[in-house]
Design a protein around this ligand. Structure first.
Ligand code: S3P
Length: 167
């Protein structure tokens, strides 16, 4: 089985993935980290020097490779992964995949992301909290359609990483 965590930036995919890996004994992989490792540069650098379209192409390639591997694992996606190309279809048609959406409120996401905007290329240019909140609201509106097609939806507001992983 592959437990795959989806959700907006800041929803806790990596933290919950790490916890789930410890509980289940399955290897944990983070899709962004896999892409960075293979490219030899971090995600902001990839966006800056090669652009988002290049990143999306790599994201789909690495996802496809990991899904096709026979290894059971816990995998956290990037916030945009299910929303591009055939990624969602790929995740849905594999019966080994259990796709889980970590659903976090706009308020909580804004609070969390406001503290760490610099490392995130899609929001690093926004220079105040109101602009960030507007951006996330619109983005969530577009992306929720994809996120909602997961096998399971778990809300995260007010819960610890352990509680979310437990659910
Ligand atoms: C993105 C989210 C990021 C990373 C890239 C694009 C997005 O991952 O893949 O910056 O489109 O929402 P996290 O959700 O792990 O921050």
């Amino acid at each position: 089985m592959k437990i795959i965590l989806s959700g907006y930036m800041g929803s806790g995919k990596t933290a919950v993935g790490n916890e789930l890996s410890q509980v289940t004994g399955l290897r944990f992989l983070d899709l962004d980290e896999e892409i960075s490792r293979r490219e030899g540069r971090n995600i902001p650098e990839i966006f800056k020097t090669s652009g988002e379209i290049y990143f999306r192409k790599k994201e789909s390639e690495v996802l496809q490779e990991l899904i096709n591997s026979s290894e059971d694992l816990v995998l956290s996606l990037g916030g945009g992964t299910p929303c591009y190309g055939k990624n969602l279809q790929l995740l849905q048609e594999d019966y080994e995949v259990k796709l889980i959406y970590l659903k976090t409120s706009l308020e909580e996401l804004t609070d969390r992301l406001f503290k760490e905007m610099e490392q995130r290329p899609l929001i690093s240019h926004l220079d105040n909290r109101e602009l960030l909140e507007d951006f996330i609201r619109k983005h969530l509106f577009e992306r929720t359609y994809y996120y909602n097609q997961s096998d399971k939806i778990i809300t995260t507001d007010g819960k610890t990483v352990k509680q979310v992983a437990g659910e």
